[in-house]
Design a protein around this ligand. Structure first.
Ligand SMILES: Nc1ncnc2c1ncn2[C@@H]1O[C@H](COP(=O)(O)OP(=O)(O)OP(=O)(O)O)[C@@H](O)[C@H]1O
Length: 226
């Protein structure tokens, strides 16, 4: 179970963008979080993935309270999450070939020797050829790079997936392919999913349950104008 309780978070303590929000995802459950642009969904998703420290509130991961965020989170908790962001170019080192990008979490956790087999397996799953794996981010399309970012998110076999508008900039067929990869992984492993977006149809089709931002207690931040 992933339990977010009474989270207040943001970028300025006196004007938090997430106010007193609680959300629970059961083990193996897929929850969609639906809300307008700028309301704070990504901020909450980053808190859930231990990437952004909230001002107050608690995150409990499979019964263990989170004590630290980012590099201060214990490795066991940090690696429980696979995270995919909206814009793959912002989360991919431009110098790395796609194969190295996918393997990066293995190297960072001292499991470099697993990289070969695991990268090949994940590349097959997400639909990246051996030739594409040798290219760098500027030599591939956004959709191809997002496929690599999804593979990277799965490489440590996380118990939880956090997808922050993973498909927002992709066409319908790439969206369908990436959602299918996530669902296949979840069927095999029983991983839970929190996916954030503003496409109600996609979230309703994809998830067990869709939560509207405005229904989360205290989520009263005014959405920023686009
Ligand atoms: N690093 C940051 N520094 C300062 N303000 C930020 C930062 N990141 C986001 N914000 C602000 O916090 C608010 C919530 O942003 P957030 O990205 O969480 O919203 P969102 O609901 O995910 O939006 P979108 O659907 O457009 O991605 C916005 O007003 C945004 O401008």
């Amino acid at each position: 179970m992933l339990e977010l309780s009474r989270i207040t978070a943001g970028y300025e303590r006196r004007a938090p963008v997430v106010r007193d929000v609680s959300l629970t995802v059961a083990a193996g459950e897929a929850v969609g979080l639906l809300g307008p642009s700028g309301c704070g969904k990504s901020t909450l998703a980053r808190v859930a993935a231990l990437l952004h420290r909230p001002y107050s509130g608690t995150v409990v991961i499979d019964g263990s309270p989170a004590h630290g965020w980012r590099h201060r989170a214990p490795r066991e908790q940090r690696t429980a999450f696979g995270v995919v962001f909206q814009q793959p170019r912002l989360s991919a080192d431009p110098r790395m070939r796609l194969a190295d990008l996918i393997a990066e979490p293995l190297r960072a956790t001292g499991r470099r020797e697993e990289a070969g087999g695991r990268v090949d397996e994940l590349a097959r799953r997400v639909g990246l050829s051996a030739e594409l794996l040798r290219r760098r981010p500027h030599e591939v399309s956004d959709g191809q790079l997002q496929r690599a970012c999804l593979a990277r998110a799965l490489v440590l076999r996380p118990r939880w997936l956090i997808c922050d508008e993973m498909t927002a900039m992709l066409d319908a067929s790439t969206t369908a392919a990436l959602v299918a990869v996530v669902e296949e992984y979840r069927e095999e492993t029983g991983a839970g999913l929190l996916t954030v977006g503003h496409d109600r149809t996609l979230l309703n089709r994809w998830c067990d349950r869709t939560v509207r931002w405005e229904d989360l207690a205290g989520a009263a931040a005014t959405p920023a104008a686009d």
